[in-house]
Design a protein around this ligand. Structure first.
Ligand code: PMP
Length: 430
């Protein structure tokens, strides 16, 4: 038994399933999760000393590469003056100012410690602001694990869904809560119009992943987005862009800057903390001023705006703001996907790819899917084989066909070449 197997067996005794977040357990692809010992740049090393090229990058945050020296230095400096105060700091103002400057739809922002907290709080705020209960989400979108949002959700929930169940939802979520969540198909303009005609005046908020990354990568159509913005404005519903994954990842100004949409509220996480527990939600001042202590919508957190996380976030945002950062990241990610596609074509494997900024999707299918339903019809068995063939060659992909992949600025040409060479071998063996 290798060290990873030994650790996994040991972990399962005291941690449910041996992991602290379900998808890490490799349940869809089978096999033993790699226990990470250390990481640097685009690589990590497991407990057995094996090196892997990382194409998850902590599910998005490590855009500047693992253990980026500048971020490490900023964190060290912050840590020397204590880890947490439970009182405000200047760094939080700097981070808030930087976020408002980079994402102009955000006039005010509140910091929290996880994406789940950000979306959960944004929803409560939207309900408090509108005085309505109903929310709309889209099939296959994952917005963290708050009760109201665990209805037909993507990511781990999709990966572990019981195939006999029509709606992959969590146990322990009261039906009374679920009835306030309407789930519509992603990219379905008619369904959206239909609901707003019937119940538009009851809708507190629509929450969306503006590029869905929790059912593989799925892009929205321009018509779908413009209809969404128009209907929510017309009916006084709050449009929440969940940019926990896409914020500072697909472009410096997030998905909204690429799509030309101005949401009412935006949720952020992942990159904004540079790998530290840090997230935020923000938007129109008129809505944000309903939050305690100004308004009656309560939201709080002992570790919110944590100074060490703020230091990591500020430095990461500084790095990604440098000239050419996103051009380079986007180009490298496209190069990687083109390499995958060519390798698959050479081997005669039906395969498609897509990407935006430093986020990518690949699909064992004849065309790029545009909905949750289409993703579930891709060849999951082929994905599982491909995943292990790549892992055996030292390339670490997301262990589920229902997740997007992530690159960093340290994924240079030599790294891409190594990945593509591995992919050529893998496709041939499929
Ligand atoms: N929203 C989106 C779009 C996400 O991708 C995620 C996490 N993958 C979350 C919310 C929840 O964030 P967290 O895991 O930090 O709670």
């Amino acid at each position: 038994m290798g060290k990873n197997d030994i650790l996994f067996e040991r972990a399962q005794k005291t941690i449910p399933g041996g992991v602290n977040s379900p998808v890490r357990a490799f349940r869809q692809v089978g096999g033993t999760p790699r226990f990470v010992a250390k990481a640097k740049g685009p690589y990590f090393w497991d407990a057995e000393g094996t090196r892997y090229i990382d194409l998850i990058m902590s599910w998005g945050p490590m855009i500047a590469g693992h253990a980026n020296p500048e971020v490490v230095e900023a964190v060290k400096r912050a840590a020397e003056t204590s880890f947490s105060y439970g009182a405000p700091t200047e760094g939080e103002i700097e981070l808030a100012e930087r976020i408002c400057q980079l994402v102009p739809s955000i006039e005010q922002v509140r910091m929290v410690s996880s994406g789940t907290e950000a979306t959960m709080s944004a929803l409560r705020l939207a309900r408090g602001y509108t005085g309505r209960d109903l929310i709309i989400k889209f099939e296959g979108c994952y917005h963290g694990h708050a009760d109201s949002l665990l209805v037909k959700a993507g990511s781990g929930l999709l990966t572990f869904a019981d195939s006999t169940q029509n709606a992959p939802s969590s146990g322990g979520v009261p039906q009374d809560l679920v009835k306030h969540t309407l789930v519509l198909p992603y990219n379905d303009v008619q369904a959206l119009k239909g609901v707003f005609i019937k119940q538009g005046d009851q809708v507190a908020a629509v929450i969306i992943e503006p590029f869905a990354g929790n059912m593989n990568l799925i892009k929205p159509s321009t018509e779908f987005l413009s209809t969404l913005r128009q209907l929510t404005s017309q009916h006084g519903s709050v449009l929440i862009y969940d940019e926990v994954m896409t914020g500072f990842r697909v472009a410096l100004g997030g998905a909204q800057s690429l799509q030309g949409i101005t949401p009412d509220l935006t949720c952020l996480g992942k990159v904004m903390g540079g790998g530290m527990p840090m997230a935020a939600f923000g938007g129109k001042k008129e809505i944000m001023s309903k939050l305690a202590p100004l308004g009656n919508v309560y939201q709080a957190g002992t570790l919110s705006g944590n100074p060490v996380a703020v230091a990591a976030g500020l430095k990461t945002l500084e790095i990604i703001s440098r000239e050419g950062f996103f051009d380079c990241l986007t180009g490298q990610t496209e190069k990687l996907m083109t390499g995958f596609k060519l390798a698959a074509d050479e081997a005669g494997v039906p395969f498609e790819v897509d990407s935006v900024g430093g986020m990518f999707g690949f699909y064992f299918a004849n065309q790029v899917p545009t909905s949750f339903e289409a993703v579930t019809k891709t060849d999951i068995e082929a994905f599982k084989k491909f995943f292990h063939l790549m892992l055996d060659q030292g390339v670490y992909l997301a262990p589920s066909a229902y997740e997007a992949g992530f690159t960093s600025i340290t994924h240079d040409n030599a790294v891409l070449e190594e990945i593509i060479t591995a992919a050529k071998t893998a496709f041939k063996k499929l």
